[in-house]
Design a protein around this ligand. Structure first.
Ligand SMILES: C[S@@+](CC[C@H](N)C(=O)[O-])C[C@H]1O[C@@H](n2cnc3c(N)ncnc32)[C@H](O)[C@@H]1O
Length: 282
C-alpha cells in the first residue's frame, strides 16, 4: 500500500533545489542538436494545485517556492528555474507548482523522449491525463528502478535519469545506488540525478560512502538545509547527487545555494553543502 502523495510537499524547499538542478542539467543537455531521453523513475502527478487540501494542510510551499515569488534579483540559475514556475502560473498569483515531468516536458524538444514511471494508482492517471496528447511522453505504471535499468542504454545515447523516491521505504537508500550502478554500467555517459532527504544524517553519510566506493566517477553533491541536523524534527535538509554533472553546474550552485539558504530561511538557520564526492578518474 503506497501512502505518499507529493501534493503535500510540492513546492517546498526540497523541490526548489531538486528542480533548479534538474532544469540546469536539462538545459545543458539540450544545447546540442541531438535527441535526448529524460527518464523519471518516480514521476509523481506532474503538476500540483497549491490551493488543494493537500497543499493547504501542510503549507510547505509557503516556506519554499512562495518565498522566491516576490524576489526581484537572484542568481541566474534560480531566475531560470523561477521563470518556468511562472510560466506554469500565467495568471499571477502563485497557484500551481510544476513537478519534474512538467518541467522536463516544457524544456524538451519534439525530437526528445520522456519515460515517466509512477506506481501510485491515484497519481498515475493524473500523469497519463496530463500528457495524453504529447507523443513524446510514455507514462508507465511500473517500478521505476526496474524501468530505468531496462531502458539503458537509450538509443539516443544522450539522456538524464531523475531518481526521486520518497524514502518512505528504507530500502530506497540502497535501491537508488543499486539502480545507479547497473544503469551506469550500461550507459556510463548519462546524467543521473538522485534526490535525498536528510532525516537521519547517518543514512546520508552511508549513502555517500557507498557512492565513493562504487567505482563511478564525476559525482557532485549539493545540499540545502533549513534547520540543524536532528533526529526529532523530520527533514532538516535535502540534496541532489549528480553523476556526470554539466561543467556549469558547480559554479551556478556556488552562487545559488547561499542565496537560497538566506532567502528560504530568513531566521538564519539555513545551511548548504557543495562537494565533489568523486572527481574525474585518471
Ligand atoms: C517524491 S514523489 C516524485 C516527485 C516528482 N519526481 C517531482 O519532482 O515532481 C515520489 C513518487 O514515486 C512514486 N513511487 C514510489 N515508489 C515507486 C516505484 N518503485 N516506482 C515508480 N514510482 C514509485 C510515489 O507514488 C510518488 O508519487
Amino acid at each position: 500500500m503506497m501512502s505518499y502523495r507529493h501534493g503535500f510537499h510540492a513546492g517546498n524547499f526540497a523541490d526548489v533545489l531538486k528542480h533548479l538542478v534538474l532544469v540546469h542539467c536539462l538545459r545543458h543537455l539540450l544545447r546540442k542538436d541531438k535527441p535526448v531521453l529524460y527518464l523519471d523513475t518516480h514521476a509523481g502527478a506532474g503538476l500540483y494545485a497549491l490551493d488543494s487540501d493537500y497543499a493547504r494542510k501542510t503549507g510547505e510551499y509557503r516556506s519554499g517556492i512562495a518565498r522566491l515569488w516576490q524576489q526581484d534579483t537572484m542568481p541566474t540559475a534560480v531566475a531560470d528555474y523561477l521563470a518556468l514556475v511562472r510560466e506554469c502560473n500565467p495568471a499571477d498569483p502563485l497557484s500551481r507548482y510544476p513537478g519534474s515531468p512538467w518541467l522536463a516536458a516544457r524544456l524538451l524538444r519534439p525530437c526528445d523522449r520522456l519515460l515517466l514511471h509512477e506506481l501510485h494508482s491515484s497519481e498515475h492517471p493524473l500523469l497519463t491525463g496530463q500528457f495524453a496528447d504529447d507523443s513524446r511522453v510514455k507514462v508507465l505504471p511500473e517500478d521505476g528502478y526496474r524501468g530505468c535499468i531496462a531502458a539503458m542504454p537509450p538509443p539516443e545515447r544522450r539522456g538524464l535519469v531523475l531518481m526521486d523516491p520518497s524514502y518512505e521505504l528504507k530500502s530506497d537508500y540502497s535501491q537508488v545506488v543499486a539502480t545507479l550502478k547497473q544503469a551506469h554500467r550500461r550507459f556510463a555517459t548519462g546524467v543521473y540525478a538522485i534526490w535525498y532527504p536528510v532525516v537521519e544524517r547517518r543514512r546520508i553519510a552511508d549513502l555517500e560512502t557507498t557512492l565513493k566506493d562504487s567505482g563511478i566517477s564525476r559525482i557532485l553533491l549539493a545540499e540545502l538545509g533549513v534547520s540543524p541536523d536532528s533526529m526529532e524534527t523530520g527533514m532538516t535538509a535535502s540534496g541532489m547527487i549528480v553523476v556526470n554533472p554539466p561543467y556549469t553546474l558547480e559554479n551556478d550552485l556556488r552562487d545559488s545555494l547561499p542565496w537560497l539558504a538566506d532567502t528560504l530561511v530568513p531566521a538564519g538557520d539555513g545551511h548548504w553543502r557543495l562537494e565533489t564526492l568523486v572527481g574525474e578518474r585518471p
